[in-house]
Design a protein around this ligand. Structure first.
Ligand code: GAP
Length: 437
C-alpha cells in the first residue's frame, strides 16, 4: 500500500509518466505534462472508457470545440454560479476555499483568525476572441465538456436518427481556475474529462439514473479492476443543475475522494439552452405521443484522477530477499503502457536479429512492444516491472534453434516457453490471464 503520494510523484518523473508543467521555468501551479509512458497509460484509460460507451448501439460519439459562444455559459448557469468561496489570510497572505477549511474562521496555514469575508470567485478562465478585448469578444475556456454535448444534441439526434433514450459521449480538455490546487494531478487547472450524457424521458429518468450508476460501478470492478465507493450527495450540496447525484470515490493516500460523478440533471440544461437560444429543443416521443424536453443522466469522470487512481491502486512493493525490494504496477494487460517488453539474452548477433523480428511482428499486430537491451537481464526485468509491463519475452540462444521464447509474468515471476509463431495480442493476453489462476 502507498501511504505517501510523494513516492509516486518522483517515480512518475524518473520513469517519464508525469512531469511538472513548465518545469524549466520553475513550474506553473496545477498544470502537468504527461511523458512518454504517461501518454500511453492515459490513452489506454481513455480507450477502455470510450469502447465501453461507444460500442453500444444507443450511444454516439462527439468531439466538440473547447471554445464556445459565451452565451453557452450564461445559459448553463456557469457565469452566475460556477464559483468557490475565496478567503484571504491578512497575516500570511494565504488564499483558500472557505468550504475546505477544517477549522472555520481560521487560516489553514498560520491559524490566524484575521481573515477576509468569503467572496465568490468564478472558476472559469476568460479570454477574448479576435482582435478586440471588450466585453463583446469575451469567451471562456470550457470548465466541463458536457455543454458541447447539449448544444449539439439536436445535430447528433438528426444526423444519426437516434430516438430517446440515447446518449452522447465525449472526451476532452476542461479548465478550472482552482483556488487551491494540490495532491499532484488530483486537482488541476487544465485536465481532461470523459463525459456521457444520456437523454431520456422524465418518467424513466430515475430508473436510468440507477442503471447508469450501476453500469459505472461494474465498469470499475470488471474492466478497470479498481475498488470504488459510491457516495450519495445530500440534497443541500447538489450542484445548481442537479436533481440527484452520486459520486464514485476512490481511496487515495490523502483520503477517500471523488473520481466520477453520476448526475441526474433533469431538463435544466436543454431547457436553458432552448430559452437562451430561442430554439425548440423538444423532441417527439412515439410512446408518449407528444413532444418533450429530454432529461439528462450524466456520467462524468476525470481522466487524470483515474490515472492517479490507477497508479495508487496498482502500486505494489515486494520484499524479494532480505533488504531487497521490488516495486511494480500490477496494471491489467489492457491498461499497461507497454503490454510486453522483449529482451535479447545478450546484445549480440544473431540474437539481436531474431529479437528485432519478434518486436516487429508484435508491433505489426498492433501491440506496443518495448525493446530493452541494456544491463543484466535481472535489471531489465526490474525496469519493466517498475512501469507495470505484464509480460517479458526473452530471446535466448535456444530460440535460434527451436524458434521459441521465454515469457515471464510480472507478478508471479513464473516463466513458460512459447513458439514465436504463436505470439500475438490474444495469445499474450491469455498467457497473462493464465498466470492469474
Ligand atoms: N459535467 C459535470 C462535471 O463537470 P464535476 O463533478 O465538476 O462535474 C466531474 O467534475 C469530474 O471531473 C470529477 O469527478 C473529477 O474526476 C474531474 N475533475 C473536476 N475538477 C477537476 C480538477 N480540477 N482536476 C482534475 N479533475 C477534475
Amino acid at each position: 500500500m502507498l501511504n505517501d503520494i510523494s513516492t509516486l510523484v518522483s517515480l512518475c518523473k524518473r520513469r517519464g509518466f508525469v512531469f511538472q508543467g513548465s518545469e524549466l521555468y520553475g513550474g506553473i501551479g496545477a498544470c502537468y505534462d504527461y511523458g512518454p509512458l504517461g501518454v500511453l497509460l492515459k490513452n489506454n484509460i481513455k480507450s477502455l472508457w470510450w469502447h465501453s460507451m461507444i460500442q453500444r448501439p444507443d450511444i454516439e460519439g462527439l468531439d466538440s470545440a473547447i471554445l464556445m459562444s459565451s452565451k453557452v455559459w450564461e445559459a448553463s448557469g456557469h457565469v452566475e454560479n460556477f464559483t468557490d468561496p475565496l478567503v484571504d489570510c491578512r497575516q500570511c497572505k494565504t488564499r483558500f476555499r472557505e468550504d475546505e477549511c477544517k477549522e472555520p474562521g481560521k487560516c489553514p496555514s498560520c491559524k490566524s483568525p484575521d481573515i477576509t469575508d468569503p467572496r465568490d470567485f468564478n472558476l472559469m478562465f476568460e479570454t477574448h476572441m479576435g482582435s478586440s478585448t471588450d466585453s463583446s469578444s469575451q469567451i471562456f475556456l470550457r470548465p466541463e465538456t458536457a455543454q458541447g454535448i447539449y448544444i449539439n444534441f439536436l445535430n447528433v439526434m438528426q444526423s444519426t436518427r437516434q430516438k430517446l433514450p440515447f446518449g452522447i459521449a465525449q472526451i476532452g480538455k476542461a479548465f478550472r481556475n482552482e483556488i487551491t490546487a494540490r495532491n499532484f494531478i488530483f486537482r488541476m487547472r487544465e485536465f481532461e474529462q470523459m463525459e456521457m450524457q444520456f437523454f431520456v424521458t422524465s418518467d424513466s429518468s430515475m430508473e436510468w439514473f440507477t442503471y447508469w450508476l450501476s453500469e459505472r460501478h461494474k465498469w470499475y470492478r470488471d474492466v478497470f479492476h479498481l475498488p470504488v465507493k459510491p457516495i450519495d450527495t445530500p440534497d443541500d450540496a447538489l450542484a445548481h443543475y442537479a436533481k440527484r447525484a452520486t459520486d464514485i470515490h476512490f481511496e487515495f493516500p490523502f483520503g477517500l475522494e471523488e473520481i466520477e460523478g453520476v448526475h441526474h440533471r433533469g431538463d435544466f440544461d436543454l431547457t436553458r439552452h432552448g430559452q437562451h437560444a430561442n430554439k425548440d429543443v423538444s423532441v417527439f416521443v412515439e410512446e408518449l405521443k407528444q413532444r418533450v424536453v429530454p432529461n439528462v443522466i450524466e456520467t462524468s469522470c476525470g481522466v487524470d484522477r483515474l490515472f492517479l487512481a490507477a497508479l495508487v491502486g496498482f502500486y505494489r512493493e515486494d520484499e524479494l530477499t532480505a533488504g531487497e525490494k521490488r516495486t511494480y504496477f500490477a496494471f491489467p494487460f489492457e491498461l499497461a503502457p507497454y503490454p510486453v517488453t522483449v529482451f535479447p539474452l545478450m546484445k549480440k548477433e544473431p540474437l539481436m536479429d531474431l529479437t528485432h523480428q519478434v518486436v516487429s511482428a508484435l508491433r505489426d499486430q498492433g501491440l506496443f512492444a518495448q525493446l530493452d537491451v541494456s544491463g543484466s537481464i535481472g535489471k531489465r526485468y526490474r525496469r519493466a516491472d517498475e512501469i507495470g509491463t505484464p509480460l517479458g519475452i526473452t530471446v535466448d540462444f535456444d530460440s535460434l534453434d527451436d524458434q521459441m521464447v521465454t515469457v515471464r509474468d510480472r507478478d508471479t515471476a513464473e516463466q513458460i516457453r512459447v513458439p514465436i509463431a504463436d505470439l500475438g495480442p490474444q495469445k499474450l493476453r491469455s498467457i497473462h490471464q493464465s498466470f492469474r489462476k
